[in-house]
Design a binder for this molecule. Structure first.
Ligand code: NDP
Length: 274
């Protein structure tokens, strides 16, 4: 059966787990050739198994272990994709994390080290990947989807200011880049996820899988946090990313944020008052 992304070549950064992994699987199932990447060889091997288990052939995916914050890693991603698949149609800038202060400080006391690392991963690597993919995306009149967050929007996240400001920068960069690059036929948009069950919260807070599950169960059943009544799953975000990467579905959407959060951003604190 023909897939929506037949013949398209897609790079998904941060695809060794969570939202990026599900996005890579989604594109591959819909006919795309995908470049999967991240730093963890173990997790990349697990994604390889899942791709093969989904009937995706080795010729249709590429695994590139790389640190997306390093210039060499970014170059590897682009060059290996071009050498295996010959072009780039879609770039999903998904790699990201809220990087904990090594002294455990939060709020305005968070150290500058965590500020720099947070910005480098969530913003600078996305800017550099955009610059490096640009000439190739111009040839294919391609698409960029950036993964931001609801924390970029109109609320303050007291304990993690740098992560929120990094994602707000992603939204703002998306707007500027969208105007600039649409002249070359490249569309740029963001998806802004709410709470999604991935490794994100374990990595950020050093939780065990059980502690993370307790958090997901708790917040997922709290209608003042998620009106939909359940925690987001990576596939919810993957489908929104695919919508924005599919010109047939979203051609006239340029430089926008697609919020995918089960209603979290609709709920003001006042609703919690009895
Ligand atoms: P995960 O921790 O499950 O996945 C993060 C991915 O980013 C992994 O594949 C990880 O790979 C990769 N990554 C992190 N640092 C680097 C690096 N330096 N170089 C290369 N790859 C890196 O989290 P999510 O799937 O949840 O996160 C995906 C995106 O979604 C992020 O941008 C996050 O900010 C955003 N988001 C997530 C939300 C959530 O509730 N889960 C909510 C809103 C936004 P590896 O460890 O192998 O290097």
């Amino acid at each position: 059966m023909p897939g929506r992304f037949d013949g398209k070549v897609v790079i998904v950064t941060g695809s060794s787990s969570g939202i990026g992994k599900e996005t890579a699987l989604h594109f591959a199932r819909e006919g795309a050739k995908v470049t999967v990447t991240g730093r963890s060889l173990e997790r990349l091997q697990a994604v390889k198994k899942e791709l093969l288990g989904n009937g995706v052939l080795e010729k249709d995916f590429l695994i590139v272990p790389a640190d997306v914050t390093s210039s060499a890693g970014q170059d590897e991603l682009i060059s290996q994709t071009l050498s295996k698949f010959g072009k780039i149609d879609v770039l999903i800038n998904n790699a990201g994390a809220s990087i904990t202060d090594f002294e455990g400080k939060t709020g305005v006391s968070q150290g500058i080290d965590s500020y720099e690392k947070t910005m480098k991963l969530n913003v600078q690597s996305l800017v550099e990947m955009t610059q490096k993919a640009r000439p190739h995306l111009a040839k294919t009149r391609g698409e960029i989807v950036n993964v931001s967050s609801i924390v970029a929007l109109g609320h303050g996240w007291q304990s993690r200011p740098y992560y929120s400001l990094a994602k707000a920068a992603v939204d703002q960069y998306t707007r500027a880049a969208a105007i600039d690059l649409i002249e070359e036929g490249i569309r740029v948009n963001t998806v802004n996820p709410g709470f999604v069950k991935t490794l994100f919260h374990e990595a950020e807070l050093g939780w065990t899988a059980d502690q993370a599950q307790e958090f997901y169960d708790d917040i997922g059943s709290n209608k003042y946090a998620i009106p939909a009544g359940f925690i987001g799953r990576p596939e919810h975000i993957a489908k929104a990313i695919a919508f924005l990467a599919d010109r047939n579905s979203s051609e006239f959407i340029v430089g926008q944020n697609l919020v995918v959060d089960g209603g979290t951003t609709l709920v003001l604190g006042i609703h919690a008052a009895k």
